[in-house]
Design a protein around this ligand. Structure first.
Ligand SMILES: NC(=O)c1ccc[n+]([C@@H]2O[C@H](COP(=O)([O-])OP(=O)(O)OC[C@H]3O[C@@H](n4cnc5c(N)ncnc54)[C@H](O)[C@@H]3O)[C@@H](O)[C@H]2O)c1
Length: 284
């Protein structure tokens, strides 16, 4: 039996942003493995559809509407999950949004939303759920969504990149805090290379400057042409989390390439430069 079936054959999985994309893929896979899935999303139709699909396939799932940008919403959510479902075995802080535009052109509200969803959503997800996990004393797994963007920089994806660097650092510290306190909680940093989802769809771009449209189109086309299929990505991610790996890359070769560039940048302490592929992507 593979490790993911062994580790996640039962228990409760809580996945934020599970109403579409990677979160939905992980929710379906967690159910296939045997878990009861709490499908959390800000979009009620999205969460309900994914939960209904899982139930129709014979699994156990419930939709819950949660806005991860609100710390108190995550407190209520954790209390509700504890009361209704009991101990959480797997928590994936996945909800995230892309924001495109020059740093000074992104409206303040869009900056706030990006930082609050992508960083604070993860931080307060952990803050709200970990005390319950510790109280139960049972083994549990937490995966936080970083990105290849957590190890690289890209002009016009500044807001997004900032959040992913922050989440990467947060997960590394959290891992060490669990080790220091001998908590039975495993922490993984999930690093999707490129998995086919709707993250670059125009609808997700509300509040962005006008210039974002071109970049979104290029990224959407790139994702359609080269992205990994959602089900494949979800399977790899849960296999690696179950194996207790901290680095959970969907496409390890992409992670290696990007981190190698970052190491070289730091070693040489040169000024930031763009790789030819990045220039092409940005149309410069
Ligand atoms: N798709 C990729 O290739 C890729 C690469 C690197 C990192 N990621 C990360 O993976 C995560 C999921 O991305 P995706 O590609 O599946 O995107 P997606 O847009 O398909 O899904 C994101 C989900 O999050 C939900 N959401 C947005 N704001 C929310 C909020 N405030 N509260 C609760 N839910 C909210 C959306 O409704 C949506 O269902 C993100 O953190 C993203 O940064 C994705």
């Amino acid at each position: 039996m593979s490790k993911d079936f062994e580790v996640f054959s039962g228990g409760v999985a809580v996945i934020t942003g599970a109403g579409s994309g990677i979160g939905a893929g992980l929710a379906r896979r967690a159910s296939e493995l045997g878990m009861t899935v709490v499908v959390a999303d800000i979009s009620r139709p999205g969460a309900e559809q994914v939960a209904a699909e899982i139930r129709a396939a014979g699994g156990k799932a419930e939709a819950v509407v949660v806005d991860v940008s609100q710390p108190e919403a995550l407190d209520h959510f954790a209390a509700l999950v504890n009361e209704r479902f009991g101990d959480v075995r797997l928590l994936i802080n996945n909800a995230g949004i892309e924001t495109i535009g020059y740093a000074w052109e992104i409206p303040a509200a869009r900056w706030e939303a990006t930082l609050n969803i992508n960083i604070h959503g993860v931080v307060h997800g952990v803050r709200a759920f970990v005390p319950y996990m510790l109280k139960s004393g049972k083994e549990a797994w937490i995966g936080n969504l970083s990105s290849i963007g957590g190890f690289s920089v890209m002009p016009t994806q500044t807001a997004y990149v900032v959040t992913k660097h922050a989440v990467q650092a947060f997960s590394e510290c959290l891992y060490l805090e669990m080790e220091m306190t001998k908590a039975p909680i495993h922490v993984s940093s999930i690093i999707p290379g490129m998995i086919k989802t709707g993250i670059f769809d125009a609808a997700a771009g509300a509040g962005e400057p006008e210039g974002a449209t071109r970049h979104r189109t290029v990224m959407r086309e790139l994702m359609a042409a080269h992205g990994m299929e959602l089900a494949d990505g979800a399977k790899i991610i849960l296999e690696k989390i179950a194996a207790g790996e901290f680095w959970v890359s969907s496409q390890p070769e992409m992670t290696e390439q990007v981190t190698a560039g970052r190491i070289e940048f730091m070693r040489t302490q040169a000024a930031p430069t763009l790789a030819p592929q990045a220039k092409q992507l940005l149309g410069i």
